[in-house]
Design a binder for this molecule. Sequence first.
Ligand SMILES: [Zn+2]
Length: 362
Amino acid sequence: MMGKLPLFLTCGLLGFFSAQLGADPVRDAGDYVAAIEKVNAAHAKKPGDAREADLAENVPRQAVVGLARLLRESPSEETNAALVECGEAALDLAIEDHFSRVRTRLLETDPDSAAKLGDAVVRERFVVRGFGALEDGFLAEFADLLDGVLDAYDAVFGFAEWSKVPGKKIRIRVHLEDQITRPPHFAPQFPYHSEIDMPVINPAGFKSPTPKGQMMFYGLCHELGHLIAMWGDRQNQEDHHAWAHYTGVVIVEHMAKSATYKDLLANRRDVRWRSLTMEREKPENAIAPSDKSKPGVMSLFIRLHDLAGPKMIGDAMNRMDAEDTGHRINHVRYYSFSDFEKALIEVCEDREQDDAIRSLFP
Ligand SMILES: [Zn+2]
């Protein structure tokens, strides 16, 4: 175990070994990747209160030695491929220091492999990765926006845990495309973290809507709703896709109305087309709450929002998450409206409100 020895010091010390031991890039990369996988698997099994930033300390010293050796290896197809694998693995545990060493090395020796790995910004709550010819500063600016969106979610709903595996940072994969053919989406397939896939078309900055009217900023806020909760199961989407739409429009409107986010929203004007206020005014949402259609579920969330408030909705979600209510598919949280109703009644402190809450549910 590395103990408390800082990673940079460990890396620095260990170039020394490369001359001594027979170097084998494939073995070193394999050991490093396996070590990261082992730490992630152990954490997923028993997350406790550990945060991802602390998990890097559990990577065995020997694996870090191997990475340091690999970084000093002379370039070859084999070494470059091994470095790409290690760069990917480093980000699987959000170890920015290892990732940037690998990336810096590949930029010197093999820019094509460096491009495969892309760039990354690691912050307290997330890792943003960038692919394609994004201009300098794009990712940092995107990260500022995401920090703002998460702050807004904290202020409005107060969700306690973002990633499906507690303690892990969420991931956003930003990739530059000629045009957007698929909207941003939640990618649930990764074993240990929740990820959002985010296509962008402007290398200079994240503007929304696009010239074609695609609401990318709202899309980001919407996808975060999916990270918090899915409803029903894979076959039967109990919320008819209304939940993420609801949280998305709430956050877009909250940010647009608050001076705190004025600068962040300068190029993100989605609130003109996406807001809770507009959802309230839509004739199709003016129906009785039900679980039969998207407008029915929208009506439920809008009424609940106005009656109990989004903080109580957040408290109920936190309660269900903490009590492991519902079921998990590949760690993704799936809830039902009946569990949600129960959780709301549990967290509601005003007994007189209970009946009004119950009356909203089918
Ligand atoms: Zn969606």
